[in-house]
Design a protein around this ligand. Structure first.
Ligand SMILES: *Cc1c(COP(=O)(O)O)cnc(C)c1O
Length: 373
């Protein structure tokens, strides 16, 4: 039996939605993008949505909106996909890492204050695997030190903790619709914000900094455009939005299916002393990734063995500070962020998506238990 690491949820509904756009005249940012932005803002309980082409670009755009630049520092987590820290590098600022909580892998809010300097401008956090960070505590620290808070929500559209959803207690939340994310259009991203001025900046900033967007230029009476700020070119286009809209409407159904799979995995591994799993905090987990923690000495061998048995796996994540680029640029070494390194060396991500069948789930459980016993 072969178990894919991921399968998307594109159905005939999404295919006819994109077909409708393909039969229209302009294939870029227009009404579908706007509809998706509004639907995402409403679902997450935020005022505004801005569609972009990736989460990575969305993070960079937000940093530009806050005028974060060379000489500035942004506090972030070393246990994430490299995109998080890279976005800080793109604007010339320095990512300053803070170690994570041993039980969840999320940035440890208790360690943030010690990392704040007079150069610190923002805290960029990740809701790892789909479980939200302690936004109340992080927001308190940010207010006290007058820092921006940016959420990397690549794993977490559906999450909630202490009644707070992504974007509700921060300056901006940035989402990913990359090929393996909870909802996907292949490549895509979005930002939600609540400040109307920031919203206006982001809408212009995602399209060169031009005062009128391209769709308006062609569909309305001709108007000269001006360039007000130096923006990026990362506006979401309607074909992407058409794929995402129906998926967003079904996101709670997908989540229920994934929650159910996680419960089956939990029960299947409960009696295996070689496997630990991250603690689930009360609230709503967006269930993007199901990871197990095994002994670091055996992890790499297990990765190979599981893969040889035709089960798709991934590692989420390797420590960012130990990547060649970061080691060479800032001189990081093993031991600098011990909890991150411990998780990075022991983690294995198993398949998790609504299309997984009971047979496949049981097969994964049996195989992993057999190989770790
Ligand atoms: C996937 C991912 C990103 C990057 O998303 P893109 O849309 O591919 O740019 C950023 N952060 C995290 C935590 C991710 O998992």
């Amino acid at each position: 039996m072969k178990v894919e690491f991921y399968k998307h949820n594109i159905t005939e509904e999404e295919i006819s939605a994109i077909n409708e756009v393909l039969r229209s005249t302009f294939l870029t940012t227009a009404s579908k993008t706007k509809q998706f932005e509004e639907a995402l803002a409403q679902y997450t309980g935020n005022k505004f949505g801005v569609g972009v082409m990736s989460c990575t670009q969305g993070l960079e755009l937000v940093l530009r909106a806050f005028d974060i630049q060379p000489g500035d520092e942004v506090i972030t987590t070393p246990l994430s996909f490299i995109a998080t820290a890279n976005s800080v590098e793109y604007v010339g600022a320095k990512p300053v890492f803070v170690d994570v909580e041993a039980n969840t892998g999320n940035i440890d809010a208790n360690l943030i204050e010690a990392a704040i300097t007079e150069k610190t401008k923002a805290i960029m956090l990740v809701h790892l695997y789909g479980q939200m960070c302690d936004m109340k505590k992080i927001n308190q620290i940010a207010q006290k030190h007058n820092l921006k808070v940016i959420e990397d929500c690549a794993h977490c559209i559906e999450g909630e903790r202490d009644g707070i959803k992504p974007g509700n207690l921060s300056d901006a939340a940035v989402y990913s619709f990359y090929a393996t994310k909870n909802i996907t259009c292949g490549e895509g991203g979005a930002i939600t914000v609540n400040d109307p001025e920031l919203y206006e900046w982001l809408k212009i900033g995602r399209l060169h900094g031009m005062s009128k967007n391209a769709a308006d230029r062609y569909t309305k009476k001709y108007e000269h455009y001006d360039m007000e700020i130096l923006g990026m070119k990362c506006n979401m286009a309607d074909p992407q939005a058409a794929l995402l809209l129906p998926q967003l409407q079904k996101i709670e159904t997908y989540l229920a299916a994934k929650e159910n799979i996680c419960q089956q995995y939990n029960a299947g591994f409960a009696n295996n002393p070689s496997i630990k799993t991250p603690t689930v905090i009360p609230g709503k987990h967006a269930r993007h990734l199901y990871t197990i923690w095994v002994s670091p000495e055996k992890r790499d061998q297990l990765l190979n063995q599981i893969q040889e048995r035709q089960i798709g796996i991934a590692v989420n994540f390797r420590s960012i500070h130990l990547m060649k680029f970061y080691r060479e640029k800032y001189g990081y070494q093993s031991g600098d962020y011990p909890i991150t390194e411990q998780i990075a060396d022991s983690t294995i991500t198993l398949p998790l998506y609504p299309k997984l069948t009971s047979e496949e789930i049981n097969h994964v459980i049996q195989t992993v238990n057999e190989l770790t016993s």
